[in-house]
Structure formats: C-alpha cells, structure tokens
Design a protein around this ligand. Structure first.
Ligand SMILES: Nc1ncnc2c1ncn2[C@@H]1O[C@H](COP(=O)(O)OP(=O)(O)O)[C@@H](O)[C@H]1O
Ligand SMILES: N[C@@H](CCC(=O)OP(=O)(O)O)C(=O)O
Length: 365
C-alpha cells in the first residue's frame, strides 16, 4: 500500500518552539516498520519555519511573508538533514521534493512531479515533501501542508492519507475551547455543517487547523483515497492506522473515483473566475452529464483566459463544480446566453459549441 503521512508542525514540535527530535525518531521507526512490511511511505513534513526559528535562537521577527520565507529557507535544510540522518539509521534513503501550486496547476509540470515521485517510490526511497516556502508568494502557494498532502497523495497514487496532528481527530468543536466536544469517528459526507465545526489553528504553530484538513480530505476522497485525521503522538499510530484500526476520524473514499485528468482539475489549477448558471444548465450538467453551453451562463465574474479553471455556481450561489473554459472571459461575455449556432456570428470566430466540455468539468456533490 502507498501511504502518505503528513506531519504537522504541532506533531514535530510537540507544541514547543523546537523540533522534538525524540519523537521524530519514533515516527521514523514507525515509517521504517511499514517499509519493511512492504508498504511505501511518502512523508509530507512541515516544520521548516519552526526549525529556522530554533536555529536562529528565536529572534523577534515580524510575522510577515519575507521573514517567514527567510526562516523556511534556513530551516528546510536543517529539517531535511535531520530526517536524512534518522531514516539513515534504518538504512533508508530520503529524496526531497519542494513543491508549490505552480508545479501542480500546469498539467505537464504536474505529470513531471508525478513521475519523480513514482521513481523515488519504486526505488524504495522515502519522498520528503514540503511547500517551497522560500520562493512561494501567496499567489503561487498551496498555502498549507494539509491541502498539499492531498495533492501529493493523488500524485503518488496513494491508497491512504494520514493527517497526523496534535488532536486525536476531528471533534464536534475545537476541543481547546470546548472540553465537551466529541470525537467524530467516521465521516461519510463532507458538507457545510461539517465545515462549520472545523476551526482554524490557534496554537500559533500550525497553519489552517481542522479547516484545511477537511478541505484536504474532501479532495483526496474524490480521488478514491481513504483519509484519517489522528494524533501523531498515539502509540504506534501509523502502523495501527495502516492495519485499519479505528483510531481518529476516518473518511471513506468515494467509491467511483474521478479519472486522472479530472483529479488534476480538482487538485491543480485554482479557479480564477466564476460562472453563474441558469436552472436549465444546472439540470443539463447534473442530470444529463452534458457539457456547458454559453446559452446556459447567466453571469461571468473575474478575468480568465482560455484554458483557465473557473468555478460553476448554481442560481442560488452554491458551488456546483470546477471546469476549464474554452473561451476567455471577454469572449464569453460576448456570447453569454447565445445559442451555439450564433457563436461565430457574435465573435467573428468559433472555438466550438461548448464553453466547458464535459471532459474538463468536475462536479462536486
Ligand atoms: N473541530 C475541531 N476538532 C479538533 N481540532 C480543531 C477543531 N477546530 C479547530 N481545531 C484546531 O486544529 C488544531 C490542529 O491544526 P494545526 O494547528 O494546523 O496543526 P498541524 O500543525 O498539525 O497542522 C488543533 O490544535 C485545534 O486547536
Ligand atoms: N511549510 C511550512 C508548514 C506549513 C503548514 O501547513 O504547517 P502545518 O499546519 O503545521 O502542517 C513549514 O515547513 O514550516
């Protein structure tokens, strides 16, 4: 089985300001046991900023992007060196891959990253993955390692994604503020009610809290990957989760997973615009599995070019899905509501009858 293990800053520091080396040894032991049993492990490791801060002796720096990038640039080397040393004790090699959203949104770069990851795995090397924080500005960032790990799980063609953190799982409310909150053991559907339960990070160490873990789980399970959120401090937690033990919060995969290109549409390009659809278009897309025609679009928001990803909104405003457009925003504005036969008349040229082809469309539901 290919397993992606995402280790949050909260796990790697144990809530302190420093990397918890003793615990990292224990996590490496667990991963090595899995490799020995014939599984393949990919580690998505946070902790670069924490390691940088530790090396500099906790300087009092502004919390702005340039200083975070500086800390990540300093800390990433430290972090990987440490992992390399610890995995080396078990005779395992590691291979570092630093990714950003820009590596995932272009289909060719996405496939290149997938090849490298596959080659590392086929040679028994442990891929160590983090966001390339030193160069990633907000525009090109995935932004948090929960969402990054879901994309990595898709790239690695993993069966299981473990989001290991400082809580035993997803609770009915943030247990730090609500002592009565209860652990949710199993999630079958991720809806707006569930999203409301999942709060942000309050420790000052992590990024995104449970909110980003839920987003990550939603992306991974649509690709047919099971996801568990659990405590990174549980005894033998990695091996027990791989063995299928009921620990933490488990999200079962969607049974009819998206095909590869659609997984990329969901995981790669960020939507840069929004199309408001009319009722007829919603019925055609949802009930008949049709492509989206310009005549079913009632409004266009944002500036996008041909090939960009856009979000599709139902008349009541809820997000129906994501798709890659065949016309730019300016072109679509000129043919909004126009019947397919009249497109070339309105534009002076014709890129085909559909605004978004069915093959370039992912419906969320
Ligand atoms: N419903 C919830 N259940 C559990 N934890 C929650 C919930 N809502 C918010 N949290 C917070 O999410 C935090 C874990 O996320 P985060 O700080 O980003 O850690 P990590 O570094 O592991 O990604 C917990 O410490 C907790 O305070
Ligand atoms: N890339 C950053 C961590 C980003 C992140 O998502 O952190 P976390 O929520 O602790 O998994 C780092 O290495 O410090």
């Amino acid at each position: 089985m290919i397993v992606v293990v995402k280790l949050g800053t909260s796990v790697l520091t144990g809530g302190t300001q420093r990397l918890d080396r003793a615990h990292m040894v224990e996590l490496v032991r667990q991963c090595a046991m899995l490799q020995k049993a014939g599984h393949k492990v990919v580690v998505v490791t946070s902790g670069a900023v924490a390691a940088g801060r530790e090396l500099l002796g906790f300087p009092d720096l502004p919390a702005d992007l340039p200083h975070k990038q500086m800390l990540a640039a300093i800390g990433q080397g430290q972090l990987v060196q440490l992992w390399q040393h610890l995995f080396g004790l078990y005779g395992l090699n590691v291979g570092q891959m630093l990714l950003t959203r820009a590596d995932l949104e272009d289909r060719e770069r996405y496939l290149n990253a997938r090849d490298t990851l596959g080659t590392l795995l086929s040679h028994g090397v442990i891929p160590l993955i983090n966001e390339n924080d030193a160069v990633a500005t907000n525009e090109i960032k995935v932004g948090d390692n929960d969402n990054l790990s879901a994309r990595v799980a898709i790239l690695a063609k993993a069966e299981l994604l473990l989001l290991l953190t400082d809580q035993p799982g997803l609770f009915t409310a943030d247990p730090r503020a609500n002592p009565d909150a209860e652990l949710i053991q199993e999630v079958k559907t991720i809806d707006a009610t569930l999203h409301k339960l999942a709060g942000g990070s309050v420790s000052g160490l992590g990024t995104g809290g449970m909110a980003t873990k839920l987003q990550a789980a939603d992306v991974a399970r649509r690709a047919g990957i099971a996801v568990v959120i659990a405590s990174g401090h549980g005894v033998d937690v990695i091996g027990r989760l791989v063995a299928g033990e009921r620990v933490g919060t488990r999200f079962s995969p969607i049974e009819d997973p998206l095909e590869s290109r659609k997984q990329w549409i969901l995981a790669g390009p960020p939507p840069v615009g929004r199309l408001q659809l009319d009722d007829g278009a919603v019925r055609a897309l949802v009930d008949k599995g049709a492509s989206l025609l310009p005549k079913g679009i009632s409004a266009i928001h944002g500036r996008f070019e041909r090939g960009d990803a856009v979000a599709l909104l139902a008349p009541d405003g809820h997000k129906l899905g994501v798709g890659l457009v065949r016309y730019s925003a300016a072109e679509l504005t000129a043919i909004l509501g126009v019947h397919s036969d009249a497109i070339s008349m309105a534009l002076g040229f014709d890129r085909g009858a559909v605004a978004i082809h069915r093959d370039d469309l992912v419906l969320l539901g």
